[in-house]
Design a protein around this ligand. Sequence first.
Ligand code: GMT
Length: 371
Amino acid sequence: MKIAVSCHPTQGGSGIVATELATALVTRGHEVHLAACKRPYRLAADSGVVFHLLQVPDYPLFRFPPHDLSLANKLAGICRNHDIDIIHAHYAIPHAITALLARQTVQPHKVRIVTTLHGTDITLVGSHAEFFDLTRHAMIESDALTAVSTWLRDQTMERFQLPRVPEVIYNFVDTVRFSLRGRAAYPRDGEPFHVLHASNLRPVKRIADIVRVFHEVQKKLPARLTILGEGPEKGLAQELVSELNLCGKVAFTSTADDVPKMMRSAHLNFLLSEYESFGLAALEGMSCGTPVAASSGGGLPEVIDHDRTGLLCPVGDVACTAQQVIALLGSRERWEAMSRETAADVRRRFALESIVPHYEELYERVRGSAT
Ligand code: GMT
C-alpha cells in the first residue's frame, strides 16, 4: 500500500509513534511518505521512509506563516505524484484538517484518511473553543478514527459526541531496539539508583512532583535523577532542584543519542503526569525492563498493572509516591521480579509485530470501503 503520513516532528510521543509506525510499515513492504516542517528526530536516515520537507513561504502580508496550507498542498502533491491510497494523520490539529483539504484538492483521485488521536489533541487543543468545531468536523470526515487508549476513546466521545466511536489501537514498541541487553543490574551496596524522567516538560507532566518525590527518595537511598527533554517547565524544575539542594544529584539533558541505552541505564522511570492518554515513554522503558512509577491519570492503568509491572500512584500525592518508590527500590527481590515481569508484559501486549498489523488491517478495510 502507499501511505502518506503527517505528524508533529518535535519530541512529543505522537511524532514518535508516527515515525516508528512509518518505519515499521516500510519494513513490511509498504511505500511510506512523511511530510513535516522538520525531519522527525526518530526518523533514521536508512528507514526507507521518503521524507518531504515543508518549505512554508514567508511573506510580509502574513502575520503567521501558513504552515497548515503548505502541509495540505504538500500532501496533495504527494498523493497525486505517488498514487497514495491512505493519508494517516497523527494528532487531529492540524493534521486531520490538512488531510481533508489535500483529499479535496486531488479529487477525483481517491485517497482515504485515517486519523489517530494521541491525547492533548482532544483534551487540550481540540477542546479549545477556537478549534473545537474544526476538530470535530475532521474527525467525522476521516474514513477511520483511532485512539491510543480506551480512556482517550471515552474522552473523545464525551467531549465531541461523535456519531461513530473511535477504534482503540494501543501504541507499540520495537522490543528488539528497546531490549534488555545491557540493562543496568540492581545496584551493589552504596551504588546510586538511577531514576529517569523523559518528556517534553510541559505542565501536564507535573515535573515539580518528580523533583519532590526524588527529594524524599534520596534521603533514604543513594540515587541520582536524569531529566531528559526540553520544554516550558524546565526552568521551574531547575529552580526547585537548586532550592532543594539537589544540584549534584539531578542532571538535565536535552536529548539522548541512544534512547534505549538511556532507558536501560535507569532503575526506575517517573511519569507522574496529570494524565497521559497512554504514556509511550513509560512503555519504552518497560520494554528495557525499567519499571515505572506513574500516576494513575488517564490511560496509564491500561498500560501499567500496579505492583506487577509498575507502580500507580494518586496524581499529586508526593508522600505516597515516594513511600512506594522507596519500598520498591529498597527490595532487590521485588525490583528484579518487577523488571522481568514488566519486560515480559510489554512483549505480550505491546510488541510492534502484534500492533502494526492492526493498522494494516484498518488501511485495507478503509481502502476497500465505499466512498
Ligand atoms: O504529552 C506528550 O508527551 C506529547 C503528546 C504528543 O501528542 O506528542 O503525547 C501524547 O501522545 C503520546 C503518543 O500516543 C502518548 O503516549 C502520550 O500519553 C500523550 N500525552 C498526553 O496524553 C499528555
